[in-house]
Design a protein around this ligand. Structure first.
Ligand SMILES: *[C@@H]1O[C@H](CO)[C@@H](O)[C@H](O)[C@H]1NC(C)=O
Ligand SMILES: *[C@@H]1O[C@H](CO)[C@@H](O)[C@H](O)[C@H]1NC(C)=O
Ligand SMILES: *[C@@H]1O[C@H](CO)[C@@H](O)[C@H](O)[C@H]1NC(C)=O
Ligand SMILES: *[C@@H]1O[C@H](CO)[C@@H](O)[C@H](O)[C@H]1NC(C)=O
Length: 349
């Protein structure tokens, strides 16, 4: 614990004493700034917290570590995970995303990370499903599958189950996200009165990330590729004509970052063809809008991230008025982490 506190203190000191020079990479800047604020370290007000936002940020740090080889990022992931995993592998908290555990197990071979992953996987076995086999989003939302939830699952031996989650999610929810707004409330099964872009953002990021690990030429890979190829042109076309961002379709900064990441990764990996360059063009325009409108340079050298809606939930009316009235926050981690991911892709162009 002392070591963790010290590390945080040293990072804080070096930033506040003005030795921190703003890096040219936005990905590095976003990561360093969040680390300097102590975000995504497995703690909330000093108490362990199991959080998908921390998992999303750690995914960004992992990519940054793999790209730069800089161990600062790997160590921060490890610190964050060690804050929630006891030495015997028991985890403080319940459901969440587990990939970080397996990643650290692969790197360190420490048994506690494997135990932690197994515990999470076992919890998933008893997690309720709909009659079609789709996971409920949470125990408190019977029979609801949230697009957001697709970002939170994994089991390397269960590809057909995993891909069927993507398919059911698509058929029951995402498919109709592009239907004309006046028809959406009439759709019998499926989604809430309004569709918000962050939910679709989670879904599209999950598509491009699961494609990294789906076995080549498998049925599941074909299915997920088809979903991606269907969805991406709709996402491209749904961008606001003036700004190029997606904030007008409901949410704000975070949905835009998520789409930039998904679109650029899909093209870079060759999962989707962009013969006329329109997908990359849409992503670049949106990314530049994000940089110019939602990134702020703080006096201490760090960057701040504006305009992320804190939470959107379905135990509400779930309609347009609800979503646009939700408060936004400065440096919201899920928004900042999505911007880190978008920056990693943009900077590889
Ligand atoms: C790694 O990243 C940290 C944070 O940006 C930086 O202070 C440090 O100099 C980097 N180390 C190397 C070896 O580049
Ligand atoms: C693991 O360690 C924690 C903390 O010491 C303890 O509370 C918990 O009961 C242990 N779990 C098992 C399964 O031993
Ligand atoms: C993987 O998923 C399958 C089906 O969902 C389940 O039966 C199996 O126990 C899981 N394997 C592990 C190692 O958790
Ligand atoms: C989605 O919309 C299409 C028509 O646009 C409709 O055929 C389909 O049944 C809808 N899906 C759901 C799950 O409501």
């Amino acid at each position: 614990m002392l070591r963790i506190l010290l590390a945080g203190f040293i990072a804080f000191l070096s930033l506040s004493s003005g030795t921190y020079a703003r890096p040219s990479s936005y990905a590095v800047w976003a990561a360093d700034s969040a680390i300097a604020r102590g975000q995504g370290n497995g703690l909330s007000s000093g108490q362990p917290i199991v959080s998908y936002e921390h998992g999303e940020f750690q995914w960004g740090l992992r990519l940054l570590y793999e790209m730069t080889g800089n161990k600062t990022y790997l160590n921060y992931i490890k610190t964050g995970v060690d804050n929630i995993v006891f030495d015997n592998g028991t985890v403080h908290g319940s459901y969440t995303t587990g990939p970080t555990f397996l990643y650290l197990y692969d790197l360190t071979k420490q048994a506690k990370y494997k135990t932690a992953a197994d515990i999470f996987r076992t919890q998933l076995n008893s997690h309720p499903r709909t009659a079609q086999g789709q996971f409920w989003h949470k125990l408190k939302y019977p029979n609801q599958g949230w697009l957001d939830g697709i970002y939170m699952e994994s089991n390397a031996t269960a590809w057909s189950d995993i891909t069927s989650q993507f398919r059911l999610m698509y058929e029951n929810t995402a498919q109709n996200a592009t239907a004309p707004k006046q028809y959406r409330p009439l759709i019998p099964r499926g989604h809430s009165p309004e569709v918000w872009d962050r939910a679709l953002g989670w879904y599209s990021m999950a598509l491009v990330d699961v494609l990294d690990i789906l076995p080549e030429s498998s049925e599941g890979q074909t299915l997920v590729l088809n979903l991606l190829r269907t969805l991406v042109p709709h996402i491209r076309d749904a961008a606001d004509k003036d700004s190029g961002a997606w904030q007008k379709t409901i949410s704000r900064a975070v949905g835009t970052s998520m789409f930039v990441y998904s679109l650029l990764k899909a093209v870079r990996k060759g999962w989707i063809s962009d013969a006329d360059g329109s997908i990359v063009k849409a992503a670049k325009k949106a990314y530049n809008y994000a940089v110019n409108n939602w990134v702020v340079a703080n006096a201490d050298g760090t960057m701040g991230w504006l305009n992320t809606v804190v939470v959107g939930s379905l135990d509400t009316t779930g309609d347009f008025d609800y979503y646009v009235s939700q408060p936004t926050d400065l440096n919201d981690l899920k928004g900042l982490a999505a911007f880190l991911l978008a920056s990693l892709e943009y900077e590889q162009l």
